[in-house]
Design a protein around this ligand. Sequence first.
Ligand SMILES: Nc1ncnc2c1ncn2[C@@H]1O[C@H](COP(=O)(O)OP(=O)(O)OP(=O)(O)O)[C@@H](O)[C@H]1O
Ligand SMILES: [Mg+2]
Length: 279
Amino acid sequence: MADAIELVNVQKQYKVNNHLTHALKDVNLTIPKGQFIGILGENGSGKTTLARLFNGLILPTKGNVYVDGMDTFDKRFIKKIRSRVGMIFQNPENQIISSIVEEELAFGPQNLNLPIEEIDKRVDKALNIMGLTALRFHATNLLSGGQKQRLAIASILTMKPQYLILDEPTSMLDQSGRYELINYLKKLNKQHNITIVLITHNIKDILSADRLIVLKKGAVVLDSTPWKIFSSPENLEISGLNPPDMVKLVNGLNKRGYKLKDEILTTEQMVEFICRQLN
Ligand SMILES: Nc1ncnc2c1ncn2[C@@H]1O[C@H](COP(=O)(O)OP(=O)(O)OP(=O)(O)O)[C@@H](O)[C@H]1O
Ligand SMILES: [Mg+2]
């Protein structure tokens, strides 16, 4: 498919000291452009392995990964694939190389040998989108964890990516840093049409996602909407996930005979629902 990341019969095995780990078993998955996707799963279920396959950082043991039709096995495409599929990791410290914010952002476009005006344009735009304009001349080592993650994302934006894969980007941030980062990701998805694949252990991060994929022992066990996953006792059992508080509230009310039909996952949705009932 032209506008998607596609995994076809993908297996990934790691061999350590003659011992084989089946990190991914037989994964078939399509990530079409435009979606906001959450990936969940317990430790060791294969999430990071999946993320690294998406942009050719690692290659499948069996099967194929295609990015907009380009096979990650084909070395001719690897540069193009890497610029289309940006990756953000857990630790913001390890992703920043320059000492000044502006330099960090100019680094990628400079390597593409773009004209200076184009570099400036891309840097300005990335600063603006990620709310970093006021920090343009700041030292990168003095930024907060949340600002560092935003800078790491901004520097990927200068490469004009189509997909952004984030592997637990909020796990080292405090609650407000986490909330802020997620809001920026929503904005990138809705306003700038960048496909977001967000790996997280925190279900609050992905309650408004278009789609959730749950991994278990190297296999996709669920692929559905947040509501369908969190409101179904059977799916909760399969995924081993805890439902968000608002879903517990809806379930509790339904048990008492109130027939709530709305898909309520967040406090904001509950507030809206109650206001409608009161009016
Ligand atoms: N480079 C590697 N060499 C050997 N084994 C690996 C390697 N990377 C991952 N594994 C193994 O593959 C399996 C899947 O690991 P992976 O890191 O993809 O899981 P994960 O879902 O990201 O876990 P976590 O939630 O802890 O980050 C695990 O059993 C892990 O030990
Ligand atoms: Mg991981």
